[in-house]
Design a protein. Structure first.
Lengths: 253, 250, 298
């Protein structure tokens, strides 16, 4: 392993291509931490946005008009404004208000920037998920619910075993688009100094003055990450496709 | 209705064509003389439409030879050579395939102007005359979406004629039409045939074939089962398969 | 009428649209497929959004006005004072969006057509480039261009400076290119094969077929997603503030720092939001009306 890392030091000496993240342990750890922060942001935001999606879809079916209106405006706000503006709104707008006095008298933010990034991005992706899940549930016909109930399923059991699995399969392509988009959007956390891959890389290239190298590494890492996600999601989508239903994304080709 | 000339203008010999593992044509041969009207009939999936597409090089063949006028179709590889062939062979499709963003007249004029590089004025005169001929003089400025199926098909025939081809190919041109509009299209085709145009038709209209054709071919499972002049063919089919098909359809 | 018949027949032949699922399923599948082709969620602005943004602005300004210390200039006056500068910044946003769209459309059309090329290497390279730029986050591509493009280039011996906003234009133009490429490819493939066949049999060359027969028919299908892409791009120009281009967000930040009055934060940002809404709303509405018109006609 050591030889492998040293090869990059040799590469630097011979060609000037300075990939410190390989031969310099400090930079390597910084970069790996950044990579994991991106993965962590993505995973946590995906999960949270799914929860928000289910919750929102459920609230949209509520009898209370006020709840439905709130969900409606939530979707409208997060769908139609740039996620960067949302992030600033949370971090600078609300974050500035939520402060507690620290030990040395200086006001400390109550919520960390990482938490704000997670909240903001989850709400952003969640808004799309609400609409997707709602449409997915609406797509399951009443007759299917009745069929389940006539087989002796209770209301909850019908939901768990028939409606939700079906709705999920119908929703998956749209969900897939949204999650891929979310992972790409995590880069915005850079703007509020969350130490994710982009931010960490910018730290490294300002310390080591190796902008082109880090830029290429960064681009490859992101394209690779998103590419793997797209591949996995497409596989999953194909595996879960309801036979005889759905238009293939590629059209008729 | 007279067969003239000795050398066939279209000569197909032992043509084979497969799509993947499905063999669509298994050694088809036929000759068509200048001015002759040939009808190809047969059950769907018997390779009729593919055969027609081989004649103007839309579908390349695997084995055999096709000669159209001076062109050895099976040897044409380059796009340029194929384009030269297609100027001589016009085709009318089941689904009309008019260009929906152009008016009827523009549809007729487009290819002569852009492909044959002919003078625009001259082409327009000819195109208007053709529109009169197919009885659509009042529809010259209509878009395909505003025309009925039968009208679209007649525009498509005019579009083919505007190229002044040697041969016209008709691929089940009435199959997508309402019964009441089939007749108007058949009348137009008959007029074209009567003027001496060499026509090859794939059709399900047996009455029309009997009336207009000089020669009828029956294909099934990628081979020509039998052929002959219509009077003989329809009255005394030799093969059992032909008789069975005719009894189902007539 | 026969056209509907064709559609239904084609749908049956493809085995899609299982009748036991409600139309919502088809709608969802269709929008997902469109979104995938297009790579971005559709923007749907309504007058309601405008009202809310305006209310937010008025409320924020009113509240700030009440908070203003006696010696300070009023909030409205401060806003007006800085408006010319901010408008200049906004003009940068519009310019960036315009040029990025122009570059992206020209390059994207080429890339889209390269993906239907008859030469496999061209096709594969184009498809790779398209996927690459679609998978790369916009911000990363923006960084890439900001840092790696030189500050000036030599063209025919003349030194042409490349200011920040031009670099940002390229940075945003590349992802736009990838999206346009997919819009073009999708539209071309949605044209029935009969159009290719009939053009072929009329001896049109491939180039003539594409430019005279196929692309003109694609325009209708491409226009709505293309305009939606533009509206999203216009909003995304604020990303340029992250890399330090003096566009409207950056300038607003500078102004707020100079004024150093915390009560101005919300009035200023909501003021900018109003501008963006006023700019994007007509585009979004027009897109929807075009979509509706074309979905009836096609």
């Amino acid at each position: 392993m050591q030889a492998f890392w040293q090869w990059f030091a040799w590469l630097h000496e011979r060609t000037g291509i300075n990939l410190t993240i390989f031969y310099d342990a400090f930079d390597r750890h910084r970069f790996i931490d950044g990579f994991w922060m991106t993965v962590e942001l993505s995973v946590v935001c995906v999960l949270l946005s799914l929860v928000i999606g289910v919750l929102g879809a459920w609230l949209q079916g509520s009898k209370l008009r006020l709840l439905r209106t709130v969900v409606h405006w939530y979707i409208q706000f997060f769908r139609n404004t740039p996620p960067l503006v949302q992030l600033y709104f949370f971090y600078f707008g609300i974050g500035a208000l939520l402060r507690v006095p620290g030990p040395n008298g200086i006001a400390q933010p109550l919520v960390s920037n990482v938490a704000w990034a997670i909240l903001s991005l989850s709400f952003y992706a969640g808004a799309f998920n609400v609409e997707i899940f709602r449409a997915g549930i609406e797509a399951v016909p009443r007759a299917t619910v009745e069929a389940a109930e006539s087989l002796g399923y209770g209301r909850l059991a019908a939901y768990m075993h028939v409606i939700l699995p079906l709705a999920f399969r119908i929703s998956l392509p749209a969900l897939n688009n949204n999650l891929v988009n979310l992972v790409k959007t995590t880069t915005l956390a850079y703007a509020i100094s969350v130490p994710e891959m982009l931010w960490v890389s910018s730290q490294i290239w300002s310390d080591e003055v190796n902008v082109p190298e880090m830029m290429n590494v960064l681009l490859i890492c992101y394209v690779g990450l998103v590419g793997v996600l797209v591949l996995v999601m497409n596989r999953w989508e194909r595996a879960l496709r309801v036979p005889g239903f759905g238009i293939t994304a590629r059209g008729m080709a | 209705m007279v067969t003239s000339g000795d050398k066939p203008i279209v000569s197909i010999s032992d043509v084979h064509k497969s799509f993947g593992s499905v063999e669509v044509l298994k050694g088809v041969s036929m000759d068509v003389r200048k001015g002759e009207v040939v009808c190809i009939i047969g059950p769907s999936g018997s390779g009729k439409s593919t055969l027609l597409r081989c004649i103007n090089g839309l579908v390349p063949i695997d084995k055999g030879a096709i000669r159209v006028a001076a062109y050895e179709v099976h040897k044409l590889m380059k796009d340029k050579e194929l384009l030269a062939l297609r100027r001589e062979v016009a085709m009318v499709f089941q689904q009309y395939n008019l260009f929906p963003h152009k008016t009827a007249l523009q549809n007729v004029m487009m290819a002569p102007i852009h492909v044959l590089k002919e003078d625009k004025k001259e082409v327009e005169t000819r195109a208007r005359a053709l529109m009169v001929k197919v009885r659509l003089a009042d529809k010259v400025d209509a878009y395909p979406g505003e025309l009925s199926g039968g009208q679209q098909q007649r525009v498509a025939i005019a579009r083919g004629l505007a190229m002044r081809p040697e041969i016209m190919l008709f691929d089940e041109v009435t199959a997508a039409l309402d019964p009441e509009t089939v007749k108007e299209v058949l009348v137009t085709i008959r007029e074209v045939a009567e003027e001496g145009m060499t026509c090859i038709l794939v059709t399900h209209e047996m009455g029309f074939a009997r009336e207009v054709a000089d020669h009828v071919y029956f294909t099934d499972h990628g081979v020509i089962v039998e052929h002959g002049p219509p009077a003989e063919f329809f009255a005394h089919a030799r093969e059992a398969r032909t008789r069975e098909f005719l009894s189902q359809i007539l | 009428m026969s056209r509907d018949g064709q559609g239904i027949r084609a749908a049956v032949a493809r085995g899609s649209d299982l009748p036991v699922l409600l139309p919502a399923a088809g709608r969802l599948a269709r929008s997902a497929a469109e979104e995938r082709a297009f790579g971005l969620p559709a923007l749907r602005l309504t007058p309601g959004h405008g009202v809310v943004i305006l209310l937010l602005f008025l409320l924020a300004t009113g509240a700030a006005e009440a908070e203003t210390a006696p010696l300070h200039a009023s909030v409205i006056m401060t806003l007006l004072k800085w408006t010319p500068l901010l408008l200049k910044g906004f003009a940068f946003n519009i310019a960036i969006s315009f040029f990025a769209m122009a570059i992206g459309t020209a390059a994207g059309t080429g890339l889209g057509l390269a993906q239907i090329s008859l030469l496999p290497p061209v096709r594969r390279t184009a498809s790779f480039a398209m996927h690459f730029f679609r998978n790369a986050p916009w911000l990363v591509v923006l960084f890439y261009c900001m840092f790696l493009l030189p500050f000036q280039v030599r063209i025919f011996g003349v030194e042409v400076p490349l200011p920040d906003w031009i670099k940002a234009t390229f940075g945003l133009g590349l992802p736009v290119m990838a999206n346009v490429a997919e819009i073009v490819r999708g539209a071309v493939q949605s044209i029935p094969s009969g159009q290719w066949e009939s053009a072929n049999s009329l001896a049109f060359s491939r180039r003539q077929t594409i430019w005279m027969i196929i692309l003109p028919q694609c325009v209708k299908r491409m226009l709505p997603p293309w305009m939606n892409l533009y509206a999203i791009l216009a909003m995304s120009t604020v990303l340029a503030s992250v890399v330090g281009v003096s566009e409207v967000m950056t300038l607003t930040g500078d102004v707020l720092a100079a004024e150093n009055r915390s009560e101005l934060l919300l009035p200023f940002y909501s003021y900018i939001l109003v501008w963006f809404f006023l700019y994007c709303y007509p585009i979004a509405r027009w897109t929807v009306s075009l979509e509706r018109r074309f979905s009836v006609n096609i």
